[in-house]
Design a protein around this ligand. Structure first.
Ligand SMILES: CC(C)(COP(=O)(O)OP(=O)(O)OC[C@H]1O[C@@H](n2cnc3c(N)ncnc32)[C@H](O)[C@@H]1OP(=O)(O)O)[C@@H](O)C(=O)NCCC(=O)NCCS
Length: 177
C-alpha cells in the first residue's frame, strides 16, 4: 500500500511544485484526488491482509460514488483529478501513472470475467469508458465520453462511440514520466 500511495501522492502534487513541506501538507489535506486514491489503496490493503473491505468500500462510495473491485490491479502514480463516479470492474488492470477523470468506467463485457487493461500513462477523459477485455496502450488518450470496444495502440488518441483513432502519435507520449 505505502509505496504505491507515496507514488500517487508524489504524482498528484507534481502540478503544484515547487512546494515546501507546509504547502505539501495543506495540499494533501485538501486535494480530493489524494483522498480518493488513499481510500482505494486502503481498500486494497484490507483485501491483501484479509481484513473486510466493506468499510473502505463504503467510504469510497459515500464520499465519491466510486466502486473499485478488490480484484482489480492499479499501478503506482494514479491521479483522479475529479474523483467521482469511477467504476473499475474485477480483473481490470491499470498501469502506472494513469489519469482517470470523472465517471470513467472500466467494465466487463456481458458474461466475461476479464476487464480492460490500461498501459502506463493512459489518460481517460471525463466519462470515457472501456468495455470488455480490451487493451489500451501506453500513453494513449481516450476522449471525453468515448467508449473503447477494441484495443487501442500505444500513443494513440481515440474518440467517439465506438472509439476511433484520430491520432497515432499524440503529445502525451512526449511528456516527462
Ligand atoms: C481527445 C482529445 C484530447 C482530442 O483533442 P484534439 O487532439 O485537440 O482533437 P480535436 O479537438 O482537434 O478533434 C479532432 C476530431 O475528433 C473529434 N472529437 C474530439 N473529441 C471528441 C470526443 N470526446 N468525442 C467525439 N469526437 C471527438 C472532433 O470533433 C474532431 O472531429 P473532426 O475531425 O471530424 O472535426 C479531446 O477532445 C479530449 O477529449 N480531451 C479530454 C478533455 C478532458 O477530459 N478534460 C478533463 C479536464 S476537466
Amino acid at each position: 500500500m505505502f509505496p504505491n500511495l507515496k507514488a500517487d501522492i508524489r504524482r498528484n502534487l507534481r502540478d503544484y511544485l515547487p512546494a515546501g513541506p507546509l504547502k505539501r501538507a495543506a495540499l494533501c489535506l485538501s486535494l480530493n484526488s489524494i483522498h480518493a486514491v488513499a481510500l482505494i489503496r486502503f481498500q486494497f490493503w484490507c483485501a491483501q491482509h484479509h481484513v473486510p473491505t466493506i468499510f473502505a468500500a463504503k467510504l469510497l462510495f459515500w464520499f465519491f460514488k466510486i466502486e473499485v473491485s478488490k480484484l482489480a490491479t492499479i499501478g503506482p502514480g494514479l491521479r483522479l483529478p475529479h474523483p467521482m463516479g469511477l467504476i473499475i470492474a474485477p480483473h481490470s488492470s491499470i498501469g502506472p501513472d494513469c489519469d482517470l477523470y470523472a465517471d470513467v468506467r472500466l467494465v466487463l463485457a456481458h458474461g466475461a470475467k476479464k476487464g480492460p487493461t490500461l498501459g502506463a500513462h493512459v489518460f481517460m477523459g471525463d466519462g470515457a469508458k472501456a468495455v470488455g477485455a480490451v487493451t489500451i496502450g501506453d500513453h494513449a488518450i481516450i476522449g471525453v465520453s468515448s467508449v473503447v470496444t477494441k484495443d487501442i495502440p500505444p500513443n494513440a488518441t481515440a474518440v467517439g462511440i465506438p472509439a476511433r483513432i484520430i491520432s497515432e502519435q499524440n503529445l502525451r507520449c512526449n511528456e516527462a514520466p
